[in-house]
Write a protein that binds this ligand. Structure first.
Ligand SMILES: [Zn+2]
Length: 331
């Protein structure tokens, strides 16, 4: 069996449906990015079409059919992305036409649509009839990270399977055992990935170290009044939205470590072990109450992301506010 981690309930359900021959004709796989939706859709397509398949979700990954699916050249298994930012009506019409062809060489035609929520109403409506009366020789799998952006009629015409984030320890184990990632790095990658194996696998060591330094400076600036380089650094980080989000996650994980130091006094649980000296120093100067308060402000920062506010200014205000509070507490 090929690796698949997390979401056992969905895995089992599809496995049973394959065994009993009760697969739905249309599925929606929904959940955050990087948690295995596409992978499981491809596993399903391989299991259906593998030349030496046994029962259930099982395939050899060696036969011509498995190889063709893997390389994207199987005529009966199509992985379709939106052409540009959205699925256009023409693209969907083409899929609808193709869906009525009998399999060319496999057992069943499988159409996997990535980012299915990007279908506009016209495109989605044209798909509806096919969802209601699909040919038995084809199946549709819609992948999305935004279920409610799909038309309700599309949702109700398909079996919706909700994928959950993968538990941190499963991701960590996978990285160490299957990807030969060094254990400390695997711990960090798994923690910051928030349940997404895809994110954990593409963990960028260098960016992480930069983010660590950045987050330490932010926290240190709350306990001192030296701003010289800080606000420029914040401005710089905010320019790249993805990077900034990653940095803020690191900042949150540092706050978590600070809290652990205070409450458990247990270094084993600490994520940023290489920063112990800095963490202990910070912990001496920031109370638990204050840490919790910074936590909630940073969470608020995430919320404000959607409000189009200047995040560097918001973060600056958080720093200044807590600096005042911390200094007051010390006095
Ligand atoms: Zn095979």
């Amino acid at each position: 069996m090929v690796d698949f981690i997390g979401n056992r309930a969905i895995y089992k359900l599809l496995n049973e449906s394959l065994k009993k021959g009760t697969l739905a004709h249309a599925y929606i796989f929904t959940g955050p990015d990087g948690i295995g939706k596409k992978l499981l859709a491809l596993h399903l397509a391989k299991s259906i079409n593998c030349l030496s398949a046994k029962d259930g979700l099982s395939f050899c990954n060696k036969c011509v059919s498995c190889e063709k699916i893997e390389s994207g050249s199987h005529p009966d298994v199509q992985l379709i992305k939106p052409d540009g930012k959205v699925f256009k009506i023409g693209q969907v019409r083409e899929i609808i036409r193709d869906i009525y062809y009998l399999p060319f060489e496999g057992n069943k035609r499988v159409f996997i649509l990535e980012d299915a929520h990007t279908m506009n109403e016209e495109a989605a409506n044209s798909l509806l009839k096919t969802l209601e009366e699909p040919p038995a020789s084809s199946m549709l799998i819609l992948l999305t990270n935004n279920l409610y952006a799909l038309l309700p009629t599309v949702r109700s015409g398909s079996q919706v399977l909700k994928f959950n984030p993968i538990p941190e320890n499963e991701i960590e184990r996978y990285l160490v055992e299957k990807q030969n990632v060094e254990p400390e790095k695997a711990r960090k990658a798994a923690h910051l990935a928030e349940g997404s194996l895809g994110t954990a696998i593409t963990f960028d060591d260098e960016l992480f170290h930069e983010g660590q330094k950045w987050a330490v400076v932010v926290l240190q600036s709350m306990v001192s009044s030296d701003d010289s380089a800080l606000f420029n650094q914040i401005k710089e980080a905010v320019k790249d939205e993805k990077k900034f989000e990653f940095y803020v996650k690191i900042l949150v994980s540092l706050l978590r470590d600070l809290s652990i130091i205070g409450i458990f006094e247990d270094e084993k649980r600490i994520l940023h072990k290489e920063l112990l000296a800095e963490l202990y120093d910070l912990r001496k100067r920031i109370s638990e109450k204050e840490i919790q308060s910074i936590f909630s402000d940073i969470e608020d920062l995430y919320m404000k992301k959607t409000l189009n506010l200047k995040l560097d200014l918001v973060l600056q205000n958080i720093i200044l506010k807590h600096r005042v509070q911390i200094l007051r507490e010390v006095i």
